[in-house]
Design a protein around this ligand. Structure first.
Ligand SMILES: CSC[C@H]1O[C@H](OP(=O)(O)O)[C@H](O)[C@@H]1O
Length: 343
């Protein structure tokens, strides 16, 4: 796959693909402070649940490797402060907190300054390596849901750049090419940040996967007239009962899929499941700046001062989800099946 990695560790600097500039500009941010990692996550320079977790993990490594002290207790305290700061960058994707918790555990177990610095960098690297393997597995399990010639709809970008590699919802389309299976993707543009129009179309075209761009409002008519065989999307948090948060607009696709009798799949690694969140009502939904809606590429498209509601995610209830595709296989979206995943 010739899609660039979203997060690369290079000699104590995080080389970050600036996803805000895609598809027309491939540019990297060179991050060498925890504050710059926080801003990159908050501004969606890096985005996508697993990629956010990976970026935050390397942010913790930066903290440990750049804070000047030879006192391991002082270093632990500072790294935990920086980890807490990074946890405030975005509230919905549980991968952020999952990755930071893994890093915090490593800090707790490290007893010297040198071992702490070595261990946190190794853990961040391991999180990234594992995610690529997990995403490939998700792709292999998801590919079994489709057959040659299928037309599949998706929303937002759950692609390679939203993860370490391969993506989650887009993984089957990349692997299909490896197996000589022809799938067509209908990508919703995904207002207001256009992850679908800018990122999903770009990734799939880079991989020579057949992709058609539609506006979000065309989803129903497209399901009705274009023989859509399934919908598959990513996730930012799967609650203990199977309710799943994903990009705003996903709930609408789930409702439409039910109405048209089309299977609706969520693709999510185990790192996106959250037992501490009992159901979808408990998932914090990020609300973002109104200018994301009132402006497009810096050009205002609405009257000054208009009221704006800008939730970045919505929640699809488990009863609208046909199956959740994980690295361990496809499960029913219910408490027992989810618990069995982690048994
Ligand atoms: C592979 S997880 C991708 C997931 O994250 C996206 O949100 P955002 O672009 O705001 O980070 C979207 O919900 C995707 O499905």
């Amino acid at each position: 796959m010739n899609i660039p990695q979203s997060v690369i560790w290079e000699n104590h600097v995080i080389r970050l693909l600036d996803q805000r500039k895609l598809p027309h500009v491939t540019e990297y941010l060179m991050l060498d402070t925890v504050e710059s990692v926080f801003e990159a996550i908050k501004s969606l320079a890096v985005r996508g649940a697993p990629a956010i977790g990976i970026a935050a993990a390397f942010g913790v490594a930066l903290s440990a490797l750049t804070y000047k002290t030879e006192d391991v207790h002082e270093l632990k305290e500072q790294v935990w402060i920086d980890s807490g700061y990074l946890s405030q960058s975005r509230p919905t994707a549980v991968n952020l907190f999952w990755a930071l918790n893994r890093m915090n555990e490593v800090v707790l177990r490290s007893n010297t300054v040198q071992s702490l610095r070595e261990n946190v960098l190794a853990e961040a690297m391991l999180i990234q390596k594992e995610d690529a393997e997990v995403c490939r597995s998700i792709g292999e399990h998801a590919l079994k849901l489709f057959q040659n010639g299928d037309r599949v709809m998706t929303i937002c970008n759950a692609g390679s750049i939203a993860t370490a590699q391969y993506g989650t919802a887009l993984a089957p389309f990349f692997l299909a090419k490896e197996h000589g299976i022809e799938l067509s993707v209908f990508a919703c543009e995904t207002r207001p940040v256009f992850q679908g129009a800018r990122l999903t179309t770009w990734e799939l075209m880079e991989a020579n996967v057949n992709v058609t761009l539609i506006t979000d409002s065309m989803a129903a008519h497209t399901m009705k007239t274009k023989q859509i065989s399934a919908v598959i999307t990513g996730a930012d948090r799967v609650a203990a009962n199977g309710d799943s948060a994903n990009k705003i607009g996903t709930l609408g696709l789930a409702v439409l899929a039910k109405s048209f009798g089309i299977p609706f799949y969520i693709a999510a690694p185990l790192s996106t499941f959250d037992f501490d969140t009992p159901n979808g009502d408990a998932i914090p939904i990020e609300e973002r700046d109104p200018s994301e809606i009132t402006h497009v590429n810096g050009v205002t498209i609405a009257p000054d001062g208009v009221n704006v509601f800008n939730p970045a995610f919505d929640v699809s209830p488990a009863d609208l989800i046909t199956g959740i595709v994980t690295e361990k296989g496809v499960i029913k979206p219910d408490t027992a099946s989810i618990a069995a995943l982690f048994a």
